[in-house]
Design a protein around this ligand. Sequence first.
Ligand code: GDP
Length: 479
Amino acid sequence: MSIPKKLGGLIRQSGLPDWPEQFRMSMERGLEQRVRLAVTGLSRSGKTVFISSLALHLLQSDQGRSLPFFAAAAEGRIIGTRDLSTESASPFPLQQSLTGLQASPPHWPDSTEALSEIRLALRYRRKPGLGRVLGEHSTLYLDLIDYPGEWLLDLPMLTLSFEQWCKQQQALFASAPRAEAAADWISCQHEIDWLAPASEGQRHRLAEHYRSLLQQLREPPHNLSLLQPGRLLMPAELAGSSLLDLFPIIQNWPEEPENAAPSSLFTQLQQAYNEYCEQVVRPFYQNHFRHFDRQIVLVDCLKTLNSGEACFNDMQLALTTLLHSFQYGRNSLLRRLFRPRINRVLFAATKADHVTANQHHNLDQFVRLMIETAQREMRFEQVDTRCLALSSLRATEAAQAHLDGQHLSCLRGHRKDTGEEIALFPGEVPIELPRAEDWNSDRFRFVDFAPRPLPVGPLKPEHHIRLDQAIEYLLGDLF
Ligand code: GDP
């Protein structure tokens, strides 16, 4: 429903200047069908590729070709889509992504290092019947933001004091693989008197040590996710700022912190933690992580299968923890006007093109295992949820191999690391949690692929896997 011009004018001119701005915006948003889709995912889960592909397909959705399961497009009801991202202070670099994917050889878009936004306006024809009551045409405004996954992990810190955060980190660093990788760091903490006077330089040096530890834990073979503070890994405009001279105390927690010298590391770190939460995390949360209507949570399940049980457990914990930062619940009309809540969530296993088509159902099941706890909590709040394996940009094609007189389903594509063309049998995705011996074997070795060149002209259904089903689930009812 677009806001009738007269009513829009009335709201602005009668000034209702005393109406809180939030009310006016909520009113407009409620009537205009502005939808904010939270694209949530840890680092490298596929957010940038998903947003690029979603935008490209939607910008062509008036042609009704590439998204057969997105009903409004397939029925020819999308009249046109416009990219309004230039209205944003930090527009998403869609053209840059596109240029890379169309290059020869094509390459994936650069990983996100800062926040950017994309805003699309989709003009559509209403379903027959509704047009008589509400007018034949309408516009849906869709907002998406891309941000480094590392920053997202800081959101749970807002609910913890410095002491609670340190205790939480202490528990994490007590088990493998953190305990082994951090042995040096832990023994160095043993020798520190946290309450004695100390210089800022000392805090800075210790923070640098901690930063390189986090970097090591993020990379293979560990591939861990729950790494805080996330800005130490992806600082953007805060590079070099003393706000990032921050790390948890995990050994020798002082018995009488009230006796800390004003310049002690304890006092410095406690202050740094509070400043970090208030000056970095809270504004990020307030400006970008409230007022969502729908959500897609992107999960790279195949990476956890490749990396082992510790990576799986860590990613599961990271996802469950950070989903607490969003508001879920039923969205009555009134609530939608004032304080919308997320009422529909899609959990998507990304990179489904890394496995053969007969494994997509298994991948649906595996992502369900990973987000079980979060999904249960959302269901309690009567939030619609679904699990789906998808590929935003399909990089492989199906192939057949013959072995001992049997047909085997295989994949053909170019390896991401070497660019070499390969055909392989990627193996099966388990539908239950692997047993210890399976985790420890070489059973799971899913290969990363380079993208296939994206055509300059119209996209087709074979350029993605189930992206249209994701769009239909997330937005279909709004058209
Ligand atoms: P972000 O950090 O969440 O923004 O992750 P990106 O969107 O940058 O994706 C990280 C990497 O995952 C990319 O560079 C690709 O290698 C891979 N990737 C993402 N989406 C797909 C997909 O649909 N298919 C394939 N084969 N790889 C993908």
